[in-house]
Design a binder for this molecule. Structure first.
Ligand SMILES: [Mg+2]
Length: 350
């Protein structure tokens, strides 16, 4: 089938916070095939990646054909090569991610198959979700059996630590002894603080600490791993393509890899990262894996049985961008029946 047109759109978000997300949050990619099939994808990079798709990728893609996941990978390689001088990571690869996912969606619709079926079929009827957010009691009530809290370094070390330990104590008593509890540092900690957390929080048996140092400090992460054991040091949501994960593998910098499917290069590249992870014996647990773009990958048996549910993203019903997206039920997620990724875009947001 032939690509008739492809277009990226920055949705009409209603962002109260003045952060990078205001103008550089997720994009929608719409691909229209000869014959009328329309595929939808979700990428990162905001208004910058909209320009990459509409001004560069579009002229390379219109008129091209594909009818298999291998041919999607060939188109991926062509676009990657074309944007090398300004690409390789960041906004260009976030744009490529949205294009890639739109092509997967179109292929699924053309073959009347779900994306998880294109990946070999469902091997996990239910994927275990974990709730990311700051309202542990609510997630516990909702039936989640795993939870992650963001704990930034914002002030005095003693105050930050007290806040973290208070969360850990509350969450452990709410969720019970067996639950997986994790902490996200969002690149705000120092190595010494991470080691201090590992010691002080030992009674609460946390599973991992995430995104601890800045992502370019790969050697720092490799050195930190030994200092925080048995806590796992995890990350990777800010990495792009399998090439970045090769550097992480070489340095043995992280215990679990967390590529974001809508940022790292789409499903095509996440499969390559998963292949590398398998070769290196590193577990893979995608960032925002509970959103439909990651859920098909997990449902097909790739990665760990642990899907991140950013409860802020699930909660904003009136501004939902994707309609029909599976919601966590008793803390678990299942893919729906619709072809492709099985979601429709909310046209009012475009
Ligand atoms: Mg994170």
């Amino acid at each position: 089938m032939r690509i008739r047109d492809i277009q990226a759109i920055y949705p009409r978000y209603n962002h109260p916070a003045n952060t990078w997300r205001t103008h550089f949050w997720q994009i929608v990619v719409r691909v229209e095939m000869d014959g009328g099939i329309v595929g939808w994808g979700y990428g990162g990079g905001g208004v910058g990646s909209v320009e990459v798709v509409n001004r560069h990728f579009r002229e390379l893609l219109v008129g091209r054909e594909f009818s298999s996941i291998e041919e999607i990978a060939q188109l991926w390689d062509m676009l990657y090569r074309a944007c090398l001088p300004y690409g390789r990571g960041g906004i260009a690869i976030m744009a490529l991610s949205g294009v890639d996912l739109a092509l997967w969606d179109a292929l699924g619709k053309a073959e009347n198959q779900r994306v998880c079926d294109l990946l070999g079929g469902v091997r996990r009827a239910k994927v275990c979700g974990y709730a990311t957010g700051q309202d542990a009691a609510r997630y516990c009530d909702m039936g989640f059996v795993a939870h992650k809290s963001t704990q930034l370094r914002t002030g005095e070390q003693a105050e930050d630590m007290e806040k973290l330990l208070s969360w850990a104590e509350t969450a452990r008593s709410l969720f019970g002894a067996e639950a997986r509890l994790m902490v996200d540092a969002y690149m705000s900690w120092e190595a010494d603080y991470a080691e201090a957390v590992a010691r002080a929080a030992a009674p609460y048996n946390l599973f991992w600490i995430e995104d601890v140092l800045q992502p370019d400090d790969i050697e720092g992460a490799a050195a930190l791993r030994a200092r925080v054991q048995p806590l796992k040091l995890v990350g990777g949501e800010h990495e792009f393509t399998v090439h970045a994960f090769r550097h992480i593998a070489r340095a043995a910098a992280l215990d679990i890899w967390q590529p974001d499917i809508t940022w790292c290069g789409g499903l095509t590249e996440t499969l390559r990262i998963a292949q590398l992870a398998k070769e290196k014996g590193v577990p893979l647990c995608p960032h925002r894996g509970g959103e439909v773009w990651g859920l098909h990958f997990l449902a097909a048996g790739y990665g760990e049985d642990l899907a991140e549910c950013h409860m802020g993203n699930f909660a904003v019903k009136q501004h939902a961008l994707w309609l029909g997206e599976p919601q966590p039920i008793d803390g678990h997620l299942a893919v729906g029946e619709g072809a492709g990724f099985g979601v429709a875009v909310n046209e009012a947001m475009l």
